[in-house]
Design a protein around this ligand. Structure first.
Ligand code: ZN
Length: 257
C-alpha cells in the first residue's frame, strides 16, 4: 500500500509509511504546523515534506521523538526552523549517527534495496535542539501542542506530542510488531506507558503501525511489565536468560545489552 494520511483528530494527522511500517505525525494550527518525526533518510524526508505540503503551507516546527534513524534522519529535507527533542536525543544522534547509518545502509544493501541504501549513506541529519526537558508547550496559533518526556522506556530520551485527545507516542508503543528493546530502559518502560495512559487522550499514535486505543496500550503496558519483571529476575540471578526469553511475551525480540 502507498504511503497515506489518516486524520486522527481535528487538524491532527498520522502519516503511514510503507518503509518499516513507520508512522509520523502532523498537527495543523492557525499560524504554524508541527511535524512529528521526519522519516529515515533525506529522500524519505523530502517525500514526507511534499506530503505535508498537500495539507498545509504554514511554517513548520519539528519534534523528534527519539534518535533512531527512521525517526530523525529526514530532518534535513525540511525548511530551516525549530527542531525540538530531548537533550539526550541530540547527544545520542551525535554519538550514534555514524553507526546507525553504517548498520542500516548494510541492511538495505543486503536486501538489494540500493536506492534506500544510497539515500541513507548520503544523509547527514541536522541536530535537533535539546529543548524538551521535560516539557515544552508549542504554540501553533489557536492550539498548543504539549511536548513531554514522560520517562525512559524505548530509549532514555523518548518524547511524545499531545494534541487534543491524541498523543504521538513514538516507539514507546508499537502496533503490528513487538516493541524494540535494543536501546530500552526496560525497568522504567511500563511506568512511562502508564504516564501516557494517565493523559486525557483517547488515541495513541505509535511510531510504527496503526493508531491504538486505550485498551491496546494498556495490554502493551502489561506485557512490558512482564518483560521488566523477567529482566529483573535475570539481573538477580534467579532466572537464566534463555528461560526468561522463552517466558517473555515477546520471545523473538532480542534483549537489551
Ligand atoms: Zn525506535
Amino acid at each position: 500500500m502507498a504511503d497515506r494520511w489518516l486524520e486522527v483528530g481535528d487538524g491532527v494527522f498520522a502519516r503511514r509509511h510503507d518503509e518499516l511500517d513507520l508512522t509520523t505525525g502532523l498537527v495543523v494550527g492557525a499560524e504554524r504546523a508541527l511535524v512529528v518525526d521526519t522519516a529515515g533518510d533525506r529522500e524519505q524526508g523530502a517525500r514526507l515534506r511534499a506530503a505535508v505540503r498537500t495539507i498545509t503551507k504554514l511554517p513548520l516546527i519539528i519534534v523528534i521523538t527519539h534518535a533512531h534513524f527512521d525517526h530523525c534522519f529526514g530532518t534535513g529535507a525540511f525548511p530551516a526552523g525549530p527542531v525540538h527533542a530531548h537533550p539526550r536525543c541530540r547527544a545520542t544522534i551525535v554519538a550514534t549517527a555514524d553507526a546507525q547509518r553504517a548498520e542500516w545502509t548494510r541492511h538495505y544493501r543486503d536486501r538489494g534495496d540500493h536506492a534506500t541504501a544510497d539515500a541513507l549513506a548520503a544523509t547527514d541529519p541536522p541536530l535537533p535542539g535539546g529543548t524538551v526537558d521535560p516539557v515544552l508547550d508549542v504554540d501553533l496559533g489557536g492550539r498548543t501542542v504539549g511536548l513531554r518526556h514522560p520517562g525512559r522506556g524505548h530509549t532514555d530520551h523518548d518524547v511524545v506530542a499531545v494534541a487534543g485527545d491524541v498523543v504521538f507516542a513514538g516507539d514507546l508503543v508499537e502496533q503490528g510488531a513487538p516493541p524494540d528493546l535494543g536501546d530500552a530502559v526496560v525497568a522504567d518502560w511500563p511506568a512511562t506507558v502508564s504516564a501516557l495512559l494517565a493523559l486525557d487522550v483517547s488515541t495513541f499514535v505509535p511510531g510504527h503501525g496503526d493508531p491504538m486505543d486505550r485498551a491496546e496500550v494498556t495490554t502493551q503496558r502489561d506485557e512490558l511489565a512482564e518483560v521488566a519483571a523477567l529482566h529483573a529476575a535475570v539481573a538477580r540471578g534467579e532466572l537464566d536468560l534463555a528461560t526468561a526469553t522463552a517466558r517473555s511475551p515477546f520471545p523473538d525480540v532480542p534483549w537489551p545489552a
